[in-house]
Design a binder for this molecule. Structure first.
Ligand code: ATP
Length: 255
């Protein structure tokens, strides 16, 4: 059965393994056009793996995967998707300016043709949207972690996506920049963009979230409205996921 055409993301019964370890155990994750969905869960619960499966970077060992109503392995319209991966500490090492990095995001639209006026305008708009216009000529190496994150988000926006997927966009971003990013997401949502976010706390994005999907040990344990004040516990990235607690508000929510 194919997904209704307004289903932008459709994982059904999706299983995936990384190395010898099964990380996703038959999850359903559907996002309808125009929806803003938060994927929540403790460290190691499989959130990043789930969104990487959505963008085809992790192969499913079971279940089905659709994008915009098309089976994922036949999907070709990658320019419709803006993806901001979880931030790594690696700076990249390639000297490039903010504008160059963001322009690289536009390549999904331009392909091999030379960029035109509309492409340059989209790049400038994306940089403006994340509040980095005054840094456009600066080397990305010179930026703070939060500024770097804003550049990666601008790179995803430069393609003018119909679906924006961000993996922990607020991690390492100071409060003022979080507000800028929340405003950016708000503008995208107002423009009709569908949004899938991996978050460890709803924070300033809370008012935008339509639905929350909570993973625990690679299984969906809740799919519904995000309770207000939800603050899933998030421990340090290198904590043992097997023992990472899910407590506080989440306990009340899932028990
Ligand atoms: N290459 C790998 N080989 C084996 N296991 C892996 C590999 N990469 C990740 N894992 C494990 O897969 C599990 C799920 O990881 P994933 O990154 O999807 O979780 P997450 O919910 O996004 O967690 P976090 O909040 O820490 O990013 C974790 O237990 C992780 O240790």
């Amino acid at each position: 059965m194919s997904a209704p055409t307004d289903t932008v993301v459709g994982l059904r019964g999706a299983s995936a393994s990384l190395g010898a370890r099964q990380v996703l155990h038959g999850i359903d994750l559907a996002v309808a056009r125009g929806e803003v969905v938060a994927l929540l869960g403790a460290n190691g619960s499989g959130k990043s793996t789930a969104v990487r499966a959505v963008v085809g970077r992790v192969r499913l060992s079971g279940g089905t995967w659709e994008l915009f109503g098309t089976p994922g392995d036949r999907f070709r319209q990658w320019a419709r998707i803006g993806y901001v991966p979880q931030r790594t500490t690696a700076a990249g090492g390639v000297p490039a300016t903010v504008r160059e990095v963001v322009a690289a995001g536009r390549l999904a639209r331009t392909g091999l043709r030379p960029p035109g006026r509309a492409d340059r305008a989209a790049v400038a708009r994306a940089i403006e949207l994340v509040g980095m216009a005054d840094r456009a000529r600066d080397a990305v190496d010179a930026l703070s972690g939060g500024q770097h994150q804003r550049v990666l988000i601008a790179r995803a926006l430069a393609t003018e996506p119909d679906l924006l997927i961000m993996d922990e966009p607020m991690a390492g971003v100071d409060l003022a920049a979080q507000q800028v990013l929340a405003e950016t997401v708000r503008a995208q949502v107002a423009a009709g963009v569908t949004v899938l976010l991996v978050l460890h706390e709803l924070g300033p994005l809370a008012p935008l979230i339509d639905r929350a999907v909570l993973l625990r040990d690679g299984r969906v344990v809740h799919d519904g409205p995000p309770p207000s004040g939800l603050e899933p516990d998030h421990v340090h990235p290198h904590a043992d996921p097997a023992t990472a607690p899910v407590k506080g508000h989440l306990d009340r929510w899932t028990s």
